[in-house]
Ligand binder design. Structure first.
Ligand SMILES: CC(C)(COP(=O)(O)OP(=O)(O)OC[C@H]1O[C@@H](n2cnc3c(N)ncnc32)[C@H](O)[C@@H]1OP(=O)(O)O)[C@@H](O)C(=O)NCCC(=O)NCCS
Length: 288
């Protein structure tokens, strides 16, 4: 019989077994699970079948208690296509109602057919699409672009600019590291605890905003950043800035999220070779 229950510390061997075959053995989940179990905003559930954990998913409450963020859904390969992900996702939705959040959200890759089916089933709607790519071997990269000066700014600076309505070019959320943050004072502060903000200007106008921080991948840490820009010069200046920043901090790889409008700009860069993985990510939302 299948039972959905809270995840416990002693589930670790089963979690490793589930993760072992996800994304060619490079699943980030084992490096995050202990943080989730300690975090009062995380509700981590699993499905137990015959005494063995065969599925896992995390619900993280963000945006000052307004959003239930779904992440880390995994089903053991031997138990897939039997409805376990559907049932665990239904459970997360029920818990979201019980907690009293306003909305449910998650991001997924555009080519993850199972995730897309899950979103459709529980009535999530696409609210935006962005482009993501990963680039390794940074030390061998010989490219720079600095048409616009990019400067680090504090969360407070960004909050003040937000009040002045200078970010009209931005979505109502900031995407960072596959997560979405409401573009509010509270979320900017929360995100600013883990990341840094960077700004470019042209005369008095803000032409770009980027946010960068450390991403815990399966085997190592990466520099993860998102760039929003009003034009190609500003976009490339932020991109180049973050590639340098990653090198300076001794990271060998980056994950960059950008507006889809810059996908062709990125893919035509001299160092963007066929072996670089790029895809679209979709943010799904449902108001409860
Ligand atoms: C994604 C994942 C959790 C799905 O688990 P699952 O238990 O096989 O899913 P379910 O059987 O509950 O099916 C969920 C939906 O996906 C669809 N689906 C499942 N496997 C599918 C496949 N191979 N191809 C197409 N659709 C598929 C099902 O039809 C179902 O949709 P429906 O209700 O409209 O019919 C599992 O494949 C997995 O762990 N993948 C690796 C990690 C991952 O991608 N996680 C999600 C993003 S974080």
């Amino acid at each position: 019989m299948a039972v959905i229950r809270d995840i416990r510390k002693d589930d670790m061997p089963d979690i490793l077994e589930i993760s072992k075959n996800v994304w060619g053995g490079h699943d980030y989940l084992p490096r995050h699970i202990n943080d989730w179990l300690k975090d009062p905003d995380c509700h981590t559930f699993g499905t137990e079948v015959d005494g063995k954990l065969i599925a896992i998913a995390n619900l993280r409450v963000i945006d000052g208690g307004n959003t239930a963020w779904f992440e880390g859904l995994r089903v053991h390969p031997n138990h897939r296509e039997q409805g376990y992900a559907n049932r665990l996702t239904d459970h997360l939705v029920e818990v979201s109602h019980d907690i009293g959040v306003e909305r449910v959200r998650y991001t997924t890759a555009k080519d993850n057919v199972e995730s897309l089916a899950l979103a459709k089933r529980i009535g999530l709607e696409k609210i935006l699409e962005m482009y993501v790519f990963w680039k390794g071997d940074l030390l061998e990269l010989d490219w720079s672009y600095s048409e616009r000066e990019v400067l680090q700014v504090s969360p407070r600076d960004v909050q003040e600019l937000l009040e002045e309505n200078v970010f009209e070019f931005l979505h109502p959320v900031i995407i960072h590291d596959w997560k979405a943050w409401e573009f509010t004072d509270q979320s900017l502060q929360d995100l600013g605890q883990k990341c840094c903000y960077y700004l470019s200007r042209e005369k008095d106008a803000v032409t770009g905003l980027s946010v960068g921080g450390i991403r815990k991948e399966a085997d190592s840490d990466q520099w993860s950043f998102t760039v929003y820009a009003t034009n190609e010069e500003a976009f490339l200046s932020h991109l180049s800035f973050h590639l340098d920043l990653a090198c300076d901090q001794q990271f060998d790889a980056v994950m960059c999220i950008a507006e889809s409008a810059f996908e062709s700009t990125i893919e035509s860069l001299p160092w963007f070779t066929d072996d670089i993985h790029g895809t679209r990510i979709i943010l799904f939302n449902k108001e409860l």
